[in-house]
Design a protein around this ligand. Structure first.
Ligand SMILES: [Zn+2]
Length: 210
């Protein structure tokens, strides 16, 4: 089966683009996180194995995730779009055993822009609603539109934690990017701009490979 891989740091808009690509170009959107949660909820054989790790607070082993992907794509037809997977070189090599990766799209967004996006996020203490001070501010500063609760900044949205998340991401994905570059399937995309602008850039580049 033919597959596309979408790479990009937290806050790059990767999830939004993946959903839009799947919808408009009819790719089959594969999110291993969602698949794992679903398998655990349904109590499938793989889900039960995965649950043992999750319950112990451990990472689900790569082999189990690949098994899950293999099971999922066995009865599917079409181009697969992987979102948030693979995360490292070992996973990329395993993925190559079960699909043909035609393109790895790497979304670039300036680190300071990401910091700006993520550190402006505010969450309601009472109902969990999410706001952005710039793109989606509450009507009354510091108060939730929905329930009037107090808005706060989640601890993982603070600058030092976001910087830490970005550096962890970079360290794990650099070898992955090199791997796809050497295979000649890497597509670099400027992820700065509106959702529509970035989507058009991806669509244009994909036109040459798919
Ligand atoms: Zn609220």
């Amino acid at each position: 089966m033919i597959a596309l891989v979408l790479l990009g740091p937290p806050g790059s808009g990767k999830g939004t683009q993946a959903a839009k690509l799947a919808k408009e170009l009819r790719f089959i959107h594969i999110s291993t996180g969602d698949m794992l949660r679903e398998a655990i909820r349904q109590g499938t054989p793989i889900g039960l194995k995965a649950k043992n790790y999750v319950d112990r607070g451990e990472l689900v082993p790569d082999k189990l995730v690949i098994e899950l992907i293999r099971e999922k794509i066995a009865n599917t037809d079409g181009v697969l779009l992987f979102d948030g997977y693979p995360r490292n070189l070992a996973q990329a090599k395993m993925l190559d055993d079960i699909v043909i990766v035609k393109a790895a799209i790497n979304l670039h967004v300036d680190e300071n822009k990401i910091l700006e996006r993520l550190t402006k996020r505010r969450t309601c203490k009472r109902c969990g609603a999410v706001y952005n001070l710039e793109t989606n501010p509450p009507a009354i500063p510091g108060k939730c539109d929905k329930c009037g609760g107090e808005l706060y900044q989640r601890s993982d949205d603070t600058e030092s934690v976001v910087r830490q998340r970005l550096s962890v991401y970079k360290e794990a994905t650099l070898p992955l990017i090199e791997y796809y570059r050497n295979k000649g399937v890497l597509i670099e995309i400027n992820g700065d701009g509106t959702i529509e602008e970035v989507f058009e850039r991806i669509r244009e580049k994909l036109g040459d490979v798919i």
